[in-house]
Design a protein around this ligand. Structure first.
Ligand SMILES: [Zn+2]
Length: 382
């Protein structure tokens, strides 16, 4: 699943924009952070009710159950654990959640796609996106891949890749006549101590293994179509966000694609950075140093990232695969100096389906087509 950056403390109200309504909810300050009443946010969107017992607060929204606990940063939505950016507050039966966690909460609580604009404290629901994404085409498959120990795909161009991608030093294949070789950097998100999301009940494969399996397949598919691809984490390595960012920014790929999988939703979300308000306004110490300002780094590539995202979504939709673009304040994207996307592949059937070849392959093929379609635009960049 995707992680979201924390937001700054907030002004007095938050605006929620849905296709046919627009409303404001009050922002409260608790521990110097912006909080909102979750019932107030959900009420205009659908049937909602809540009960509290001791420090526990149970919420029912449409057909989803959620459970919160006063003082806890962990909640449970439809049986899935979700971390809040700050502790849940329970005040006289009213549940308050950090505003910066609304993006994560709403995406899990309701069917509409959500984006959260930190700069303006607006929550956007389902804007410019088809309300009913097409169900992913392949039925739950019988063929299954071993996700716990990701098997390198059968046709593999690079015989023994290092556990962690190295910046390209020499490119013999490119030869003297072609100074630049188009390359894609694939990131199997999570890894090592960070297992990612639970993909079903205990015994289900971990997200970190499934993202690696997807990365292997996508690399093979791209290489079979003449596109050089490298996997950033080609082993079960723990990588801190900063380490990842340094690797991404030293590799200088034409496109960085972070892969995630989830059991929430039924479509492929192609995510571009949603940059916080401070973008371009970095000053003083923030403007110095080799890696800062991170957000300004992605700012320069955001148009190219969005164009590439649109190409991927078109290619997926052309194959009748549910897909949509999405903006989210993801650190892996915000910190990337070049065109960068995250692709989250979701199936409510969980790890079993997510690891099946029959489920993965049509998505992999469409993603490769999308990358090839995005290539001329990416190569035209200075
Ligand atoms: Zn993930």
């Amino acid at each position: 699943m995707l992680g979201v950056l924390a937001a700054d403390p907030a002004p007095a109200s938050l605006t929620v924009s849905a296709p046919n309504l627009n409303y404001h909810v009050e922002l409260f300050e608790r521990d110097q952070r912006g909080y909102v009443g979750l019932i107030e946010v959900l009420d205009p969107l659908g049937a909602v009710s809540a009960t509290s017992k001791g420090s526990r607060w149970k919420l029912h929204f449409q057909n989803v159950d959620a459970e919160f606990s006063a003082g806890s940063t962990t909640c449970k939505i439809a049986g899935h654990k979700l971390d809040l950016d700050a502790p849940f507050w329970l005040e006289g039966g009213r549940g308050l959640v950090p505003a910066s966690s609304l993006f994560a909460l709403l995406s899990r609580l309701q069917a509409l796609p959500v984006s959260y604009q930190e700069a303006t404290h607006r929550v956007l629901l389902g804007s410019a996106i088809p309300a009913a994404p097409v169900q992913l085409a392949p039925p739950p498959a019988q063929v299954q891949m071993q996700a716990q120990v990701p098997t390198p795909a059968p046709v593999q161009a690079t015989p023994s890749a290092p556990a962690v991608a190295q910046p390209p030093t020499s490119q013999p294949a490119a030869a003297a006549s072609a100074p630049h070789r188009f390359t894609v950097l694939l990131d199997a998100s999570h890894g090592g101590a960070d297992s990612g999301a639970a993909l079903g009940e205990s015994g289900a494969p971990a997200e970190k293994d499934v993202t690696l399996a997807f990365a292997h397949r996508l690399r093979t598919e791209l290489e079979s179509r003449g596109v050089a691809a490298t996997i950033l984490r080609d082993g079960d390595t723990t990588l801190a966000a900063d380490q990842r960012a340094v690797m991404v920014n030293t590799y200088h790929a034409d496109l960085y694609v972070a892969l995630h999988v989830s059991t929430l939703g039924t479509s492929v979300r192609v995510v571009t950075a949603l940059l916080p308000a401070t973008t371009g306004a970095a000053s003083g110490d923030d403007a110095r140093g080799p890696f800062l300002p991170w957000n300004a780094a992605q700012q320069r590539s955001l148009v190219a990232s969005r164009d590439a995202a649109a190409a991927l979504v078109s290619a997926l939709q052309a194959q009748k695969l549910g897909a949509r673009t999405f903006a989210a304040p993801l650190s892996a994207l915000n910190h990337a100096a070049g065109p960068a996307l995250a692709v989250e592949i979701a199936s409510p059937a969980g790890g079993r389906e997510l690891t099946s070849v029959a489920f993965q392959q049509p998505i992999i093929k469409a993603l490769a087509t999308g990358i090839l379609n995005a290539r001329p635009g990416l190569e035209a960049r200075p």
